[in-house]
Ligand binder design. Structure first.
Ligand code: ZN
Ligand code: ZN
Length: 134
């Protein structure tokens, strides 16, 4: 049984970069949240600010972890705990250098082909179409 990272109650897996956004099944992309912290009003599926905050945390963690300029798929596969075949699909349109894939491309892909920054968190409602203030 998994425990909610916030309150310790029984938890489900949440994909920080959601599956529909291209999120992978890597442990990095998974956050354990109880039903309230997952699907409640302040949870990432209903609160864009929380969603964005978790994504920023993940991006920073990836930037800190992937501190080399290039990674081979083999190396990446062991860091992320994802099979080479699964990874290959995501990288097929990206340039492979002799040293491997560029870390900035890797992070971009892992974030669902998007990058996040703090400014978005301050103005998250401007970046999210149809965000409802109520
Ligand atoms: Zn909780
Ligand atoms: Zn979720």
């Amino acid at each position: 049984m998994f425990r909610c990272e916030i309150c310790g109650k029984e938890a489900d897996k949440h994909h920080i970069v959601h599956r529909c956004e291209g999120g992978l099944d890597s442990a990095f992309n998974i956050k354990y949240l109880c039903s309230e912290h997952h699907r409640g009003v302040r949870g990432p599926h209903r609160c864009k600010e929380t969603d964005l905050r978790y994504k920023l945390e993940l991006q920073k963690k990836l930037e800190a972890t992937l501190n080399q300029k290039y990674y081979t798929l083999n190396k990446l596969s062991s860091i992320l705990g994802i099979s080479m075949n699964k990874l290959k699909r995501h990288f097929k349109n990206y340039k492979l250098y002799k040293e491997g894939y560029k870390t900035e491309d890797i992070i971009f892909i892992l974030m669902g082909k998007k990058l996040y920054n703090e400014i978005m968190l301050e103005h998250y409602y401007e970046f999210i179409p149809n965000y409802n203030f109520a």
